[in-house]
Design a protein around this ligand. Sequence first.
Ligand SMILES: C[S@@+](CC[C@H](N)C(=O)[O-])C[C@H]1O[C@@H](n2cnc3c(N)ncnc32)[C@H](O)[C@@H]1O
Length: 262
Amino acid sequence: MDGDTQRNRPHTARVYDYFLGGKDNYEVDRVAAAEILKWWPHIRTAARANRRFMHRSTRFLAESGIRQFLDIGAGIPTEPNLHQIAQQTAPDSRVVYVDNDPLVLAYARALMTGAEQGALEYIEGDVTEPAAILRALDRTGVFDMAEPVGVSMLAVLHFVEDGLDEILATLMGAMASGSYLVICAITTDFAPDQVKNAQEVYRVRKLPARSRTRAEITGWFAGLDLVEPGIVPPHRWRNAVTPALASYDAKVSCFCGVARKP
Ligand SMILES: C[S@@+](CC[C@H](N)C(=O)[O-])C[C@H]1O[C@@H](n2cnc3c(N)ncnc32)[C@H](O)[C@@H]1O
């Protein structure tokens, strides 16, 4: 993308950065974000719940012995980033970030300096081209593919409209037994109008967007063993649900899950 296109079209990474209170966004992103907020006034709560799920799921993977993490749709760096969470539990963790936005990678390279050589890598790749991601991953030499990998795809699959069963089968098919798949994605189940109208803000700008039902998201884990508590909203995944959190399902409007490859 050239500089003009970057500033004239909103981008999912920068809109999300705005929702999280970041500074890496342009006017065009803030205009789209304001429209989304009209339909989905609690989307900031959803973004924060998704980030906290990333913290808990990454910690769970590290505590389960995972030392290689592949984060697809990584986003503009937001502290703490996935590698920082993993390395808190397991300092020898290696992390490869993938995103299809060159801008994200530029921010990532600039902001996440000082990592130990060979422990952190960035790939420009599109989740709709999983074979190309796997080839690029191989070229980095960061992972031993005979060992399990934790594959995280957080707040990214609702930007892919079709073909997810094949994409996930290709990615997880390449991973060793004992690998994990971690997903969080937007659902229409709790507040369909809120979510569909918000999604239209992207679609009218010719950006892909599609939200799913719980049944569809559950289907993405076919052939894998879901860990407890299964497919739930992110604020309910291995979290103490306080009375306040109990009312968050429609505000957050996402489902997440973690599953192990047998
Ligand atoms: C909403 S952000 C989520 C960031 C981070 N995963 C998180 O959960 O906090 C979505 C990210 O996915 C990236 N993305 C969108 N479509 C993608 C695609 N087809 N392939 C790879 N990355 C994509 C965007 O550039 C953006 O950085």
